[in-house]
Design a protein around this ligand. Structure first.
Ligand code: FAD
Ligand code: UDP
Length: 384
């Protein structure tokens, strides 16, 4: 049988394309090299707890279309992410807000907090500008270190950003792009909501169930590596939607793009509560992991029947440099990698002129959140 679409990868991008195609009465074959669907948003239910196997996923969006789309396939709870930072035993609220400033400096008003940050910023800007040989007026932050100090001052940079970021990205903050940190809100109110998003929550029953619904009506083959069976699979469909790594598609012919990988160490504990919060970030350089996730708190410690769960499951996240064979998680969008990606994109455009379309976090080598992946997949299908 010949299909209208061959979708490579059963993650969110691939699943949304499949759903749209089925809705439009097209036939779809999805191939996935892992032994399960849902890509990195995969959750598995263990002892009543939905465990986020590839890292904590909190759905948040400002996009009305995306929100009403996902709500067709799942109900969402009203979880609001409010992580805690642990710096050598000192606890701070995240994201950076009046609670954090009060804990860090004892200030209680917006004016005091702004004054403290402005003093730090001024001093740092003079130092950075002198190093760069420009006047303080002409200085604009060019990397994550300069950006972070300008936004929240030196103390917060040193205690809550520097160690965490260098562990997560394996590079000095002075060599990282500033946009990474611009994701985090800075507020002068007492509001610990990690996201400035109109909508937020966790799909009740887990992400895997949501993706299962998206894939209804598509034929899904698990444990199939497209690149190892390319000719045979290509012959089965008119159009291929490829959501794996773009450089792997071209056999790394221009060199490998860099990714950050993550290793998760998951343990079940015979206690109802380990850390009292879903996410605790360890922001010092010495603790080898970046954060500990306690999965049950994404669903308020209750199982699907609303009962308290007597045990708990935690995952420690260790960040590492990716090498061929590891799971790629975070594209490293620095200048060097971005330039290489653009070269691959040219190859992809030639390929697309034939019949292959590249999408998703790995296919487009972009640090996309789930809502952006869904939105780009909906647009991609429209353009087909
Ligand atoms: P993926 O989920 O990676 O799916 C691609 C699929 O393709 C995979 O299943 C892979 O196995 C398969 N594949 C690859 N190559 C082949 C091949 N050759 N043959 C067959 N199959 C193949 N976003 C948020 O909005 N909120 C969060 O809180 C959040 N937290 C995150 C935490 C972590 C640790 C990470 C890494 C990401 C997080 N994200 C979060 C981002 C989110 O995971 C992504 O936006 C989304 O999952 C990307 O979907 P995708 O379909 O593009 O990619
Ligand atoms: N970050 C930090 N300290 C923290 C949390 C985040 O410095 O306690 C920085 C870090 O550089 C990280 C970026 O902010 O890469 C974005 O954080 P986010 O939580 O959005 O990362 P993700 O969800 O992608 O892991």
């Amino acid at each position: 049988m010949k299909y209208d679409y061959l979708v490579v990868g059963a993650g969110l991008f691939g699943a949304v394309i499949a759903q749209q195609a089925i809705e439009n009465r097209r036939s779809v074959l999805v191939v996935e090299k892992r032994d399960h669907i849902a890509g990195n948003v995969y959750t598995e239910n263990i002892d009543g707890i939905n465990v986020h196997r590839y890292g904590a996923h909190i759905f948040h969006t400002n996009d009305d279309e995306v929100w009403s789309y996902v709500n067709r396939f799942a109900d969402f709870n009203d979880y609001i992410n409010s992580p805690i930072a642990n710096y050598k035993g000192e606890l701070y609220n995240l994201p950076f807000n009046m609670n954090t400033f009060q804990q860090m400096w004892g200030v209680t008003t917006e004016a005091e907090a702004r004054q403290k940050i402005e003093n730090d910023r001024k001093e740092a800007v003079e130092e950075f500008a002198a190093k760069r040989g420009v006047s303080a007026d002409d200085f604009t932050p060019a990397n994550l270190e300069e950006q972070a100090i300008s936004l929240v001052g030196r103390d917060i940079y040193e205690k809550l950003i520097k160690g965490y970021t260098e562990k997560q990205w394996g590079r000095p903050c002075s060599e990282l792009p500033s946009f990474i940190i611009k994701r985090l809100p800075v507020r002068f109110t007492y509001d610990n909501n990690y996201f400035n998003a109109k909508y937020q929550g966790i799909p009740i029953g887990g992400y895997t169930r949501l993706v299962e619904k998206l894939l209804e009506g598509a034929e899904v083959r698990l444990g199939v590596d497209y690149l190892e069976n390319k000719a045979e699979l290509d012959a089965l469909a008119d159009t291929v939607i490829y959501t794996g790594p773009i450089d792997a598609y071209f056999a790394y012919s221009l060199g490998a793009l860099q990714y950050r990988s993550v290793r998760f160490e998951t343990e079940s504990l015979a206690t109802p509560d380990y850390q009292g919060n879903a996410v605790v970030n360890y922001t010092d350089r010495e603790t080898p992991y970046t954060r500990i996730i306690e999965h049950k708190w994404f669903e308020f410690g209750k199982d699907e029947s609303g009962n308290d769960i007597p045990t708990t499951i935690i995952s420690k996240e260790y960040s590492s440099e990716w090498k061929v064979g590891d799971e790629p998680y975070y594209p490293v969008n620095d200048e060097k990698n971005q330039a290489l990606y653009l070269e691959y994109q040219k190859l992809a455009q030639n390929e697309a002129a034939g019949k292959v379309i590249f999408g998703g976090r790995l296919g487009e080598y972009k640090y996309y959140d789930m809502d952006q992946v869904i939105s780009t997949a909906l647009n991609c299908y429209r353009s087909l």
